[in-house]
Design a protein around this ligand. Sequence first.
Ligand code: HAM
Length: 419
Amino acid sequence: MLFKAPRGTADILPDEQAYWRYIEEKAVAVCKLYGYQRMDTPTFEDAGLFARSVGEGTDIVNKEMYVFKDRSDNELALQPEGTASICRAYLEHGMDNLPQPVKLYYFADIFRYERPQAGRYRQHHQFGCEAIGEASPMLDAEVIQMALWFFKSLGLTQFTLQLNSIGCKQCRPDYLLKLAEYYTPLTPSLCEDCRTRIVKNPLRLLDCKKPGCQAAAEEAPRSSDHLCEGCHDHFEALKIYLEALGIVYGVNHRLVRGLDYYTRTVFEFQPLEGGSQSALGGGGRYDDLITELGGKQTPAIGFATGMERIVLNLKNQGIEVPGQVKPAVFMACMGNSAKIEALKTASDLREAGIPVIVAAGDRSLKAQLRQANSLGAIYAVIIGDDEINEGMVTLRNMGTSEQQVVEPEELKTILGAQE
Ligand code: HAM
């Protein structure tokens, strides 16, 4: 073999497709229920878009983004997440003139140069939703409920909802100072990355997974204790709405998320097993992102889920998905005239909406029927010299092995009625 799929990527084989179609179908259904419209954006964008939105100081931009120059020397990046592109497109297409909030959903291929492991890929797939143009915590509650609705419709139950508020540009600077003050004397116990985070991105100190840093984070000042009045009221109202909707959540003071654009509400869905780096999905508010990209002040909130993580959790929880449709009819033929007749009969059946697989080649009837069996065909239509001479076809029920000789025109009625 000369080539393999690049490290951290995966082929989605036909046997796996049933999971993916199931997830897409449930996602589209929930979007319809909540009034979201589909949007597709390019797989690559100006690299500056992500530096500006996700943040220069984040691992995603600094260490994980696939950046390249095209032949005209433009610096481009494969999208390392979906929100920035949606916001760019919102501005580019004047969607701020539409009734707000504008509610959009997407399925996107996402690229991050991470260390591959179970459920962690360098190319993964996200289903995401963004609601742009409304500041009310009612929308936060609705977006969180929508994500839960989606997971529930898939049959997933073994996960928790974690919630936090990380404040806004008014109250966060003070909180970051408090964090830096707390962490500075602890520097010797911190990992290499966290020592630089004290200066560059103190919020990320809280979600470092290294044991020494985790211990330090336990006693760290909490963002929810340092919110301004607006952020505090927003967080309290959200909690009231969630409780009214019967949504169970836990406040996780160390939940800060890995992207810099968040303000106020952040949330994540964590499977009961699998550790903190295996989130099923996550999101939050990003009230300043549209301004960062050159638009007017436009509050927004959204979430995204990783499709591979969902497949993994569906399997772990033993959730069966509807299987692939088996072919209704397998067309077996022997002899040159029969081959022509088989192609024509198959076309007639397909015209009538009946799925058919035609045996191509010169295998024996026995081998052809074996193939029909392994494909799970319900019927085989057999055409050989006898059938050609009599202008008939043999119809075999693959389950019972019963056979009957019928006129080709009758097939549509018999097989159509079986569907
Ligand atoms: P994120 O938490 O970085 O958020 O990614 C969303 C989800 O994508 C994660 O919860 C996880 O399920 C999945 N995921 C992330 N990285 C990988 C990976 N390497 N392999 C497999 N799955 C992965 C965002 O991307 C934000 N744009 C979400 C958002 C939308 N916030 C507001 N709106």
